[in-house]
Design a protein around this ligand. Structure first.
Ligand SMILES: [Fe+2]
Length: 196
């Protein structure tokens, strides 16, 4: 996988399912690159590709949790297993399956997700992609706390969304600790208001 190929896959997917998710993915790629380049031993270019492709499952339509499996399977079909992992792990911070939104998948798929998440303990790269996803508004990097509320409302989340938010905030805290400063300080312009 290269950045150019990842961008071409995004363009192709956008043709099939247009939406703000493409700009969101590009922002996530930029955020992941910036965060990763401040952490020793992490490959920033790879993290950028992982984040660019985390939502590529949108190529198969407008779905909720199903986009994770769609993306994983799509990238595996392209023999891009390394990138495929993040299509699933980006929505399970803390290696927990929290049903905070529509799990529009079969029970066999849920079993698959559960065993996949158990067998893939979160790495620093998973955490960078998770944080990049929840910071990525289509208009640029956004304060996580604002983005979580915005996406919680947009995705018609249920009461379990609070547990999910806690896991994402733990990831942010951990990355802040590793960076030795707030992740927000890495970005010149950060959106802190949800303009509705
Ligand atoms: Fe995303």
């Amino acid at each position: 996988m290269t950045k150019e190929k990842a961008l071409a896959l995004l363009d192709e997917a956008y043709e099939k399912n247009p939406g703000l998710w493409k700009e969101h993915s590009i922002t996530a790629g930029n955020i992941a690159y910036t965060i990763a380049s401040h952490i020793k031993g992490v490959d920033a270019e790879k993290c950028e590709m992982y984040a660019l492709l985390h939502d590529i499952g949108r190529i198969r339509g407008k779905h909720k949790i199903r986009h994770t499996l769609d993306g994983y399977r799509y990238l595996c079909e392209l023999s891009e297993e390394e990138c495929a992992r993040y299509c699933i792990t980006h929505v399970f911070p803390g290696n927990r399956i929290i049903e905070h939104t529509s799990f529009d998948i079969t029970s066999a798929d849920l079993d698959f997700l559960q065993s996949f998440v158990m067998q893939h303990p979160n790495t620093i790269e998973d955490k960078i992609v998770q944080l990049s996803d929840v910071m990525a508004s289509p208009y640029g990097p956004m304060v996580v706390e604002v983005r979580l509320i915005e996406s919680g409302i947009r995705n018609e989340s249920n009461i379990h969304v609070f547990e999910s938010w806690q896991e994402y905030l733990k990831v942010k805290d951990e990355i802040n600790r590793i960076l030795g400063k707030s992740v927000y300080k890495l970005f010149k312009n950060i959106v802190c208001e949800w303009t509705r």
